[in-house]
Design a binder for this molecule. Structure first.
Ligand SMILES: Nc1ncnc2c1ncn2[C@@H]1O[C@H](COP(=O)(O)OP(=O)(O)OP(=O)(O)O)[C@@H](O)[C@H]1O
Length: 367
């Protein structure tokens, strides 16, 4: 059975140091939920609180309607997968997977049946009699995953499970993890600092900084309408530029460099901040720039280019002196360093923030 995890006003302190000030979130039944953020933001701390390995200094964690704050880790019915595979070196693959079931006092045929089923799900049937030392990192991680899910946990917790794998295997394994999770449908909390990995596997992502959720949303929402400048720069690549937002005759016009301006269709400024002219920060992703055919827009000079096949990445100096990154579909002839171009932006795609970069005025960013 998989459960809803409700976290209410949760506080974590180490001595006098507050690591998680007061965090609330509801993780849906069967959801693949990721905690994403830079090193030290409190992801592992929160995961360990769910597992029962860390004390709780305030608030509550519930599985469905049951508060589990004081339930010991072994009784929470949780499966865990860590960065270090933590599988037993002296047991075969089959032996490793059967281990958790033997502790649950099942009959031998029942255990054999369950192990067989899980070997199939994680696709390591052919290695069932091997010892772990004769397996690749990816195969060992599949064993760890199989061992975690064979007990049919209510919750699956994964802490950087792919960090020890090489780049290609990480991609293969993240796809495998996503498929397996979908098949077994267990509520999953996944910790990573790798934004691309988070985007690839998650139903929803909580982007954290200093123990606080900065943005909670689907990968698409977080990429397209990041709640603040921290999230915009942490997820994917972007350019942050200063600009002025003018409110005239019921519409918002963004004034960028050199008199270049665009009407922005989806602006909502809270009443308390509303003025006819606001200093703002704008997040423009590399693909949200358009090269202007006529000589209007922001003048820029090509510094260098990186050919990536279908797309080419250009690093340019804007007239203001700011370095920017733009991505364009590759043309037969690449633009050369020193060449002058004119840039416009896609007004419905870019994100406009208050001057502190804390509040998104565009779209429907939810916090
Ligand atoms: N046992 C502890 N005692 C004191 N401080 C701790 C302890 N464990 C973690 N911390 C602090 O709590 C903060 C959050 O740590 P945590 O391990 O949760 O971060 P993280 O986001 O998982 O980082 P990483 O990606 O580097 O693992 C850090 O500032 C860390 O130094």
């Amino acid at each position: 059975m998989s459960v809803t995890i409700s976290i209410q006003d949760l506080v974590k302190k180490y001595g006098e140091t507050v690591v998680i000030p007061e965090l609330s979130v509801e993780i849906q039944k069967g959801e693949f939920f990721t905690l994403l953020g830079p090193s030290g933001c409190g992801k592992t701390t929160l995961l360990r609180m769910i597992a029962g390995f860390n004390s709780i200094e305030g608030g509550s964690i519930s599985f469905n309607d049951k508060v589990i704050n004081n339930v010991e880790p072994g009784k929470r019915n949780i499966g865990m997968v860590f960065q270090s595979y933590a599988i037993f070196p002296h047991l075969t693959v089959k032996g490793n997977i059967a281990f958790g079931l033997q502790n649950r006092k099942m009959s031998k045929p029942e255990i054999a049946e369950k192990v067989k089923d899980i070997l199939k799900v994680v696709q390591i049937e052919q290695f069932q009699d091997r010892m772990p030392k004769n397996l690749s990192g990816g195969q060992q991680q599949r064993v760890a995953l199989a061992r975690a899910i064979v007990i049919r946990p209510d919750v699956l917790l994964m802490d950087e499970p792919l960090s020890n794998l090489d780049a290609k295997l990480r991609i293969d394994m993240r796809n495998a993890i996503k498929e397996i999770q979908r098949e077994v449908g267990i509520t999953t909390v996944y910790v990573t600092h790798d934004q691309e990995e988070a985007m690839a596997v998650s139903d929803r992502i909580a982007v954290m900084k200093s123990g606080i959720i900065q943005h909670l949303g689907t990968p698409q929402e977080i990429y397209q309408r990041p709640a603040n400048v921290f999230v915009a720069t942490f997820i994917g690549r972007t350019n942050i530029v200063d600009a002025t937002l003018k409110h005239e005759q019921g519409q918002y016009t963004l004034q960028l460099e050199q008199g270049y301006q665009e009407i922005i269709p989806n602006v909502r400024v809270p009443k308390a901040e509303a003025k006819s002219s606001l200093a703002v920060k704008v997040s423009i992703r590399p693909e949200e720039f358009i090269m202007s055919e006529d000589q209007t827009g922001i003048q820029a000079t090509i510094v260098h280019s990186v050919f990536l096949g279908q797309h080419t990445q250009y690093f340019v100096d804007l007239a203001s002196g700011q370095r920017a990154e733009i991505t364009q579909e590759s043309q037969t002839q690449l633009l050369s360093p020193g060449q002058t171009i004119y840039l416009k932006v896609k007004p419905d795609k870019i994100n406009v923030y208050d001057a502190k970069g804390e509040l998104n005025y565009t779209g429907s960013a939810q916090l």
